[in-house]
Design a binder for this molecule. Sequence first.
Ligand SMILES: Nc1nc2c(c(=O)[nH]1)N[C@H]1C(S)=C(S)[C@@H](COP(=O)(O)OP(=O)(O)OC[C@H]3O[C@@H](n4cnc5c(=O)[nH]c(N)nc54)[C@H](O)[C@@H]3O)O[C@H]1N2
Ligand SMILES: Nc1nc2c(c(=O)[nH]1)N[C@H]1C(S)=C(S)[C@@H](COP(=O)(O)OP(=O)(O)OC[C@H]3O[C@@H](n4cnc5c(=O)[nH]c(N)nc54)[C@H](O)[C@@H]3O)O[C@H]1N2
Ligand code: SF4
Ligand SMILES: [Mo]
Length: 683
Amino acid sequence: MDKMIRSLCGFCHSNCGIIVRVRDGKITRIEGDPENPVNRGYLCPKAQALKPMIESEERLKFPLKKMKSGFVKVSWDEALNLAADKLTHVRQAYGPESLVLCGGAPVTYVARDGFRQFMGVFGSPNFTGASNLCHVPRKVAFDDAFGGMPEPDLENSRLIIFWAGNPVNTTRFTGHASVDGFNRTISRAKERGANVVVIDPVRTETAALADEWVRPNIATDTALGLAMARTIIKENLYDRAFVEKWVIRFDEIKKHVEPLTPEWAEKITAVPADRIRELARLYATTEGAAIKDGNGLDMHSTGVDMVRTIVLLIALTGNIDNKGGNPFLPFVPQTPLPNVRSEKRSMGREQFPLFPAVPFPVVKERLMGEAPERPRAIIVHHSNPVLVQANRERTKQALEKLEFMMVMDIFPTATTELADLVLPAAADLEMVDYRAFSSTKGGFLALREKVVEPPGSARPVFEVEYGLAKKMGIEQNYPFRNAEEWLNFVLKPAKVSLDDLRREHVIYGSPAVVYKKYEREGFKTPSGKVECYSERFEKAGRQALPVFEYPKESPTARPDLAKKYTLCATTRRPAEFVHTKLVNLPTAGRIYPDPIVKLNASDASKRDVKQDDMVEVESRTGKIRLKANISEEVTPGLVTIDFGWGNPTDKKASINSLSPDDVWDPVSGGYPNRLFLCEVKKG
Ligand SMILES: Nc1nc2c(c(=O)[nH]1)N[C@H]1C(S)=C(S)[C@@H](COP(=O)(O)OP(=O)(O)OC[C@H]3O[C@@H](n4cnc5c(=O)[nH]c(N)nc54)[C@H](O)[C@@H]3O)O[C@H]1N2
Ligand SMILES: Nc1nc2c(c(=O)[nH]1)N[C@H]1C(S)=C(S)[C@@H](COP(=O)(O)OP(=O)(O)OC[C@H]3O[C@@H](n4cnc5c(=O)[nH]c(N)nc54)[C@H](O)[C@@H]3O)O[C@H]1N2
Ligand code: SF4
Ligand SMILES: [Mo]
């Protein structure tokens, strides 16, 4: 008889509910959990990879130590002794701040929290990883103005604007709110008569379902948004009562946008001025209009100001914390790990004072420049920086300069290849984990139950970090020794235990949404009001209000480069896998065997490129070979390149061999992985 275990998929932030059937310690079948409020039984095609991922022969099964002759298997005892010796030396020689933790997308809370507590007891505040490329650049802009990150109220909205996101293809998740699939969200919105607009330079799967697709030139959204703000103010469409009471320095905002006419924006964005006016009117006059910000805003050298412009539109129309707009949704309180950050200055804080982590360029440039206060050792957990940060070759060179590099992963990757010590991790479904979600009905928790044993001697991360702390003699104040104790510790403020979750699986831990909380409590900003006009940005050497600039790697800013590299490249994320994960599994590989570059028919014919030809794509940082796909999704002059490949398990081309790492957003350190110049040649 099969045992049925309720758990969660952890491939992407959605963390959908699953029911896993297990017989004799092996998974026999995985299906969607109809009682889980996140996905209500639906799973995306990626979930098919869960069983193959767990059972893959390519999994890391034993700790591996790098020797001159290559990697050799070692015992956990030897592995932890080696790590303890190296890290003790680094701490004594250079101080605790010389250790950096590099994390990836926090798709699960194990990914979010692994080795954080260790950093706390070690004494380093230096957390880096994918935060410069994902979500945090947006969070900086929202937090600064509103004192928090709101969520789109998708089910109550009369207008949803998907701004730089393609969630029909990629995600079911907003910041932390659950969504049962954006194709369903969009059809429900249309059924209740709401409008759906997509703002994207590419004709995406989400654009195909929308009522309206607005196509600005890539990375010109600040011009588009500022002209919308001007229209809203000029035509008296702003929420006067809200703005007067809650938005500081409105007169300066008005003055700032006054010259930024839709005609000015048309020249930059290629969106007709009248269309900009209409979009502004639609957004300002719809009661309960939501903007869903997307990851397309994060990886531009001008990304944070793009988001600040969106923030300005939300503020002017009073669509903050209201029904149908962008409310702050209830979330269950949890213990943050660790607390050392607030006590110590982190690396690069003077250069990036507004960013809550160490942007990856700080780590990389300090290593390349051999600055005295540079990282000496790194722990990489649940992340693949070599393939996800810009300029793969230079990321490699930087990481090779470290005295000690330890990587914990479930597969060999382009990053584990560089490590001195590789640690095999227990994967999702091989250890307990949980997820907190926000929703209008209340914040809730769901359990990712352990389903099977990890392969070989792979271990849950929390056991490993406690084991390492013990070897170093710094374990005295460690609040947990394993995953079960971690979960209980982190969920203490929610008054929920692992036993409670095992009994109920999903637990609501905070009441339903209350809109317009600011009327009672104000906003969580220094003035208690909305601070689109930001003194903090001004103090950090930026402008108090968002300003349009051409991206540093664009034809307008770099006409010299544009002579040789005549096309703009951006990223596409195939629906079959997440970042650099799953590409090696037969489930994804069969459906989507090769990375492709999509180009418009006119650009293809100019270069004599036919459908499925192999082409060479070159940028100023590298050259890769891809399969050409001729597509009307992209306009002339723009190409999309798939993101995900490049690990030793797939041996295919990585887009980030092409993205440049000598420009970044001055506030977030976001690399221009979403826009760089390239040329495509047949052959
Ligand atoms: N050009 C370009 N670059 C991009 C992007 C883009 O769109 N275009 N997107 C960016 C974005 S949004 C993000 S979030 C980042 C993603 O950056 P990362 O999160 O660093 O990328 P992933 O490929 O998801 O790497 C996760 C690693 O964790 C490993 N892993 C999986 N499960 C486990 C586990 O249970 N335990 C441990 N220890 N390891 C595990 C996987 O094998 C994989 O090697 O990439 C960014 N880079
Ligand atoms: N299948 C799959 N699912 C995933 C992931 C994955 O890699 N694969 N990754 C997960 C992660 S970590 C994340 S962050 C989410 C991301 O999910 P989303 O936030 O929905 O982001 P994307 O789907 O990458 O879509 C970004 C869109 O922004 C557009 N864009 C790029 N530049 C600009 C610009 O300058 N202006 C405008 N207006 N649009 C622009 C791109 O053309 C693209 O269509 O997906 C998650 N889910
Ligand atoms: S959306 Fe797909 S990949 Fe993401 S958690 Fe749900 S089933 Fe897994
Ligand atoms: Mo991401």
